[in-house]
Design a binder for this molecule. Structure first.
Ligand code: MSP
Length: 512
């Protein structure tokens, strides 16, 4: 009954559309962390993702498609799952908010909070944006329209009997939590923004809807549960709350909750308040990713400026997309992404730096030593450099800093390329300087073995291709503690030449 898993979550995505690279970005981010924790932790990571399927927005989309909401979602969800498969997302659990266990658990949470006086009756009157499923204070409206720049639709005046979650009651405890944990929301700018929102005061939140029929019903009433209340609870219902408390205690609290910065308010104010009301521990860390932008605007379906992952995969290998998305900007910052960026970084850092290195080293080993790993070498300073890099990668990924991890690995890639140039194995071969040639080839192969393990969380295919080419079995670097020690590549191991990992892309990709 004690926690024995690294539990990490993505937002659950609205089932009214299919993924673009913005959604892919946050899901790949979680995948990298999950893979990292599987090879460095106790092997146990629980990676949750899923779909947010209730609410007016989804009902409207279904109606437009001429389908019943559930039937509509069933079809869309298959598309999300296929997309995640094509991006090699290793989720452990996919929750749909229409899953029966989730619906029942949310009803139980709602009842419990109502019984204990955390959900109370009242009347709701206010401006409501149907598209964003959000109530907006009059002061925030822009000419009577939704203030969300991605939406801007007219808002409606809504007046109804309603249930309220007593969010305001938790303000002091939330402030205390923020003050005691200046690191629990990252980046720091997100922590600051939410802390100042809290200081400005909190209103109770309406958590029922009269007019919205596509939602979790409140039994014996004509109301449904507000979709954000329903959705936000997914992180604990997925873990088994409240029916399977054994499983729940093995998972909760979440170690990392990854979200987009536009939903910080729900995840760092509403969500912890609900958890406090349920007397449950809060997530250890909430990290907000920035937006992928195009010409300065957030990439989003409503703005119609999206790139689909499949479009990129027509031109580039999957791992290249995974690499460039995370090499491009520090996590948390907005960044623009374009075909030019992808092409430039692909050819420079992947085709040239890593791809060529692997081909060159293994081709030389094939030519000079029949592809058989030479006598073990101590590696000298290479050994120390790789130790240092592994530490840097771990520190970076523990801090959810993807770019820093990639930079540290690429320093070693650059280092090995330089080593080839300086050691000149072709010259050593020509001079029949066999001892030095063996040593050089060993160091290069062993360096590649480390690189395979270190890139694996980001680039599982590439890691596996290098690992297998080096005659190693299983997942690259499985249990870093055991495998990342210099000299584990056994002399005599038969290597093979992998197919080119990153063939140069010369043309401007037309698909994107
Ligand atoms: N359903 C809610 C979340 C509920 S969580 C309890 C939702 N869904 S969404 O489909 O709009 O997906 C939102 C998430 O997708 C964002 O929080 C973010 O992680 C990701 N992204 C969507 N567009 C993005 C970009 N342009 N750039 C980066 N991430 C983006 O909100």
């Amino acid at each position: 009954m004690t926690k024995d898993n690294f539990y990490l979550t993505t937002p659950i995505y609205y089932a009214n559309s299919t993924p673009h690279i913005g959604h892919a970005y946050s899901t790949i981010a979680a995948d990298i962390l999950a893979r990292y924790h599987r090879v460095t932790g106790n092997g146990k990571a629980h990676f949750l993702t899923g779909t947010d399927e209730h609410g007016q927005k989804i009902a409207d989309a279904a109606q437009q498609a001429g389908k019943a909401p559930k039937e509509f979602c069933d079809e869309i969800v298959e598309r999300w799952k296929m997309e995640w498969k094509s991006l090699d997302i290793s989720y452990d659990q996919f929750l749909r908010t229409t899953d029966q266990y989730h619906e029942q658990a949310v009803q139980q949470i709602f009842f419990r909070l109502r019984e204990q006086g955390d959900i109370v009756p009242g009347t709701y009157e206010g401006w409501y944006c149907r598209n964003d499923e959000t109530f907006w204070p009059e002061s925030k409206l822009v000419d009577g329209h939704c203030p969300n720049p991605e939406c801007g639709r007219p808002v409606e005046w809504v007046s109804e009997d309603a249930w309220f979650f007593t969010l305001s009651k938790y303000r002091d405890r939330l402030i205390e939590h923020f003050n005691a944990h200046p690191d629990w929301v990252r980046p720091a700018s997100a922590w600051n923004e939410m802390a100042s929102l809290l200081r400005g005061g909190l209103e109770d939140l309406c958590v029922s809807r009269v007019g919205v029929t596509w939602g979790i019903p409140i039994p014996s009433e004509d109301k449904t549960i507000y979709v954000w209340f329903d959705a936000i609870c997914n992180y604990i219902t997925a873990a088994g709350y409240p029916e399977n408390m054994d499983r729940f205690h093995r998972l909760w609290p979440a170690d990392v909750q990854l979200i987009g910065k536009e939903i910080l308010r729900f995840h760092t104010i509403l969500w912890p308040a609900i958890l406090m009301a349920l007397k449950l521990p809060l997530p250890k860390l909430v990290v907000a990713n920035g937006w992928i932008t195009m010409e300065g605007q957030k990439m989003s379906k409503s703005l119609g400026n999206v790139i689909r992952p499949a479009e990129l995969l027509e031109t580039f290998p999957l791992d290249a997309v995974r690499y460039v998305l995370f090499a491009q900007a520090p996590f948390g910052a907005d960044f623009s992404f374009s075909e030019e960026t992808m092409l430039r970084r692909y050819n420079a850092e992947l085709a040239n730096d890593l791809g060529n290195l692997v081909q060159r080293v293994l081709a030389m080993l094939a030519r000079y030593r029949d592809g058989v790993v030479t006598a073990r070498s101590s590696g000298d300073e290479l050994n120390a450099e790789f130790d240092e890099t592994a530490r840097a990668v771990r520190d970076a990924l523990d801090a959810v800093d993807y770019r820093a991890a990639l930079q540290a690995i690429w320093e070693r890639v650059g280092g090995l390329n330089l080593y080839v140039e300086q050691a000149k194995p072709w010259q050593l071969n020509k001079d029949a300087n066999n001892a030095l040639l063996d040593e050089t080839l060993y160091n290069l192969c062993e360096g590649l073995r480390w690189i395979a393990a270190l890139v694996y969380p980001f680039m599982p295919h590439t890691g596996a291709a290098i690992w297998n080419a080096l005659g190693q079995a299983g997942v690259p670097g499985d249990r870093w503690e055991d495998t990342l020690h210099w000299g584990q590549l056994d002399p005599g191991t038969k290597t093979t030449l992998p197919p080119s990992l990153f063939p140069r892309v010369e043309h401007q990709p037309s698909a994107v």
